[in-house]
Design a protein around this ligand. Structure first.
Ligand code: 5GP
Length: 205
């Protein structure tokens, strides 16, 4: 059963990370799936929380041993989700959020078809460009390339179940929260409860 896995993708500048942080702050029953990566640690990131930071050699050995559910090269670095991460964290009974790119989402879908797939999209490509420029505080020479990668990612929207258009953070969060709450109340999540409910009421009637 993969009805407790939530995959969230979105290009950089879509606001995906902020939305995930808010969702997790509001719902302590959600935990984060920590990926492995070969990219260097940034700012306040912590090894073992944001990512497991590993060398390229370690990463490729893990890939060779089949330890990843999915892995991909994003920009210049490798990123992957291990079976161990998914198995140990889903066993806690909590819901697991995976922040991974579109290639990863497609591969997770093949293995965990009951997971929830959400894509965070910008309101327009122009707004995405503005956000990327603002974030960099300078004109990024690679901006056209990054926008092209974003367009490519967004063009694969049809593998997702829901799209959250992040024009304004408050509204986008309300949509994401509503999707998550609905996901927690699907039939498959309430199967045991419903079986017990009808059993008891059947006996009393
Ligand atoms: P960043 O380096 O900015 O943290 O992440 C870059 C991109 O890699 C983001 O789009 C993020 O969603 C994606 N990513 C992070 N972890 C994984 C993973 O385990 N697998 C895949 N396929 N993508 C990942």
């Amino acid at each position: 059963m993969s009805n407790n896995i939530i995959v969230i993708s979105g290009p950089s500048g879509s606001g995906k990370s902020t939305l995930i942080d808010r969702l997790m702050a509001q719902h302590p029953e959600i935990i984060f799936s920590t990926s492995h990566t070969t990219r260097p640690l940034r700012g306040r990131e912590r090894d073992g929380e944001d990512y497991y930071f590993v060398s390229e050699k370690q990463f490729l050995q893990m890939a060779e041993r089949g330890e990843f559910v999915e892995w991909a090269k994003v920009y210049e670095d490798y990123y992957g989700t291990s079976y161990k991460e998914i198995e140990t964290k889903t066993k806690t009974g909590k819901d697991l959020v995976l922040d991974i790119d579109v290639q990863g989402a497609g591969n997770i879908k093949k293995k965990y078809p009951d997971a929830l797939f959400i894509l965070v999209a910008p309101p327009s490509m122009e707004e995405l460009r503005n956000r990327l420029v603002e974030r960099e505080q300078k004109i990024d020479p690679h901006i056209e390339k990054r926008l092209e990668i974003a367009r490519e990612e967004l063009s694969q929207y049809d593998i997702y179940d829901y799209i959250v258009i992040n024009d304004n953070l408050e509204d986008a969060f309300a949509v994401l929260n509503a999707i998550y709450i609905a996901f927690r109340n699907t039939i498959s999540r309430h199967e045991t409860f419903m079986k017990q409910l009808v059993e008891k009421s059947g006996g009393k009637r």
